[in-house]
Design a protein around this ligand. Structure first.
Ligand code: NDP
Length: 245
């Protein structure tokens, strides 16, 4: 069932992890998918080739989310390539941990630029191209609601910010029939997921006793992208295996 056939999507941070799973899933559901990456050029090219070999329309775009102009250009390139834009997924994100005493302000600024400012910039650039039924989906985190561990204050702040931004944008864009939602994953098995000692402390706190798979986050994004989610907006949807339960 190709629920997104005829639609075009842009996924930021699609070269690895949750973003790559979202690219694969939206392409499987029939969408033409552009995605951005910053550092992982080889992985981006391999993913682009994988989807093209399956007959999907795909475009990998190098665009550092910290660079507003690059993000705006990625939106333009998507519209040029596919002739439309229906779904924006803001998935690019970074985690620079650290305690308040020693946290560098340059790291604070980088976290805000990639995790928050880029979400606003991409949304601002994308929505003029969207018609009724448009979708903005941001990957937040359960850390918006539960930091859980020392050293995550700035990360938690950025994810709280995009949750609030989502509610505000839902109000701005509701009259145009564009929905805006945030997906809040719990600990998910990617390069970013809690490793080592923190990983061992996290696992017993998850009701299902395991971390999530990137595809299990992508399926929630696919639901929000489709017409079944037409009345869902301004919502924070959690997929955390019961970490917050
Ligand atoms: P990964 O570290 O596995 O992947 C991050 C992705 O974001 C990569 O594709 C990376 O591309 C891209 N990216 C990072 N910085 C930039 C940048 N400046 N510009 C463009 N792209 C960038 O992370 P996850 O897949 O785990 O995380 C994806 C999202 O999910 C993030 O927003 C994260 O905060 C969130 N999340 C993750 C959880 C987890 O447990 N894993 C839990 C809750 C939320 P490249 O390598 O090319 O730079």
């Amino acid at each position: 069932s190709e629920t997104l056939s005829g639609k075009a999507a842009l996924v930021t941070g699609g070269s690895r992890g949750i973003g790559a799973a979202i690219v694969r899933r939206l392409a499987k559901d029939g969408a033409a998918v552009a995605f951005t990456y910053a550092a992982s050029e080889e992985k981006a090219k391999a993913l682009e080739a994988e989807i093209a070999s399956q007959g999907g329309k795909v475009l990998a775009i190098k665009a550092d989310s910290a660079d507003a102009q690059a993000v705006q250009q990625a939106v333009s390139q998507t519209v040029e390539a596919f002739g439309r834009l229906d779904v924006l997924v803001n998935s690019a994100g970074i985690l620079i941990p650290g305690l308040v005493d020693s946290y560098a302000l340059a790291d604070f600024d980088r976290m805000v630029a990639v995790n928050v400012r880029a979400v606003f910039v991409a949304t601002q650039a994308a929505v003029p191209h969207m018609r009724e039924g448009g979708r903005v989906i941001t990957i937040g985190s359960v850390t918006a609601d539960r930091s859980g561990f020392a050293g995550s204050s700035v990360y938690s702040m950025t994810k709280g910010a995009v949750a609030s931004l989502t509610r505000g944008l839902a109000r701005d864009l509701g009259p145009r029939g564009i929905t805006v939602n945030v997906v809040q994953p719990g600990p998910t098995d990617t390069d970013m997921s809690p490793q080592g000692e923190i990983g061992e402390r996290v696992r017993p706190l998850i009701a299902l006793g395991r971390m999530g798979k990137d595809s299990e986050i992508a399926s929630l994004v696919a639901y929000l992208a489709g017409s079944d989610a037409g009345f869902v907006t301004g919502a924070a949807l959690t997929a955390d295996g019961g970490y917050l339960a």
